[in-house]
Ligand binder design. Sequence first.
Ligand SMILES: Nc1ncnc2c1ncn2[C@@H]1O[C@H](COP(=O)(O)OP(=O)(O)OP(=O)(O)O)[C@@H](O)[C@H]1O
Length: 278
Amino acid sequence: MNAVPSRSFSAPANGAAAVQPLLQVENATIQYKTPEHLVTATYRVGFDVYESDRYVILGPSGCGKSTLLKSVGGFHPPVQGSMKIRGKEIVGPGSDRMMVFQEFEQLMPWKTVLQNVLFPMRVTGKYSRAESVDRARSALDKVNLGKFMNVYPHMLSGGMKMRVAIARALAMEPDILLMDEPFAALDALTRRKMQNEVLELWDQIGFTLLFVTHSIEEAIVIGSRILILSPHPGQVRAELNAHEFSHANSDDPAFGALSKKINGFLFEDETNLAGAGH
Ligand SMILES: Nc1ncnc2c1ncn2[C@@H]1O[C@H](COP(=O)(O)OP(=O)(O)OP(=O)(O)O)[C@@H](O)[C@H]1O
């Protein structure tokens, strides 16, 4: 485990220091202009996401987590700094970065599971009709929903809906999946089930995930690495490895120790920042 008090991070959890990051965020200052105010959402935030990372952005409400995700998605560029995917500057939305939406209710109830998964491929015209169908079937097989292609979303459990939403994103072959507090509105048991579903799928498929949450426990369970942001405007407080933790070992003292450490970073007084990570 490792806490680094600088603003930019580059060491992957697996120690493959020579590997190029998939996503590089450098000194990203992101602002919103309203008629009355200029709001600085994040200030000089930097981090690297490597292939197959489950990278979690954790921080208090209003620290700019969603804003960072929107910027990575290409919807709101930083005013300063840069964001690159596979070394190329992010200049707008693209199918290399697919958002899996909150609560998965974006599935269209009048379309079957297969038609839902086909939809982004149809809209973007990225693939021919036949290839789109092949891709949709293959993505549904990957998430173990091959037998449910012709049913409608209301006939699925919450976990199955989430898997459809993930299949829909994966069918576009993105470099990275973006999830913004996807389980925030769920009860504790369902939330835990969903978290385990994501982890099982990740084990099977090995996608790269950028995940936003304000729950410390969720960050530890989902994340292989966790970026901790300060309150508004979001600045990097630390990056911690968490790849060895899951619900199965949440009673371990090491899990509790990491949780405590994260608490410390989250609630740290600004004046103590110089000692962060030591
Ligand atoms: N469209 C907008 N116009 C103006 N200010 C905005 C806009 N969206 C967000 N903000 C401001 O930017 C800051 C960061 O917001 P953001 O939603 O990214 O935070 P967050 O960490 O995701 O919060 P939460 O955990 O509550 O979702 C906040 O001060 C917020 O008020």
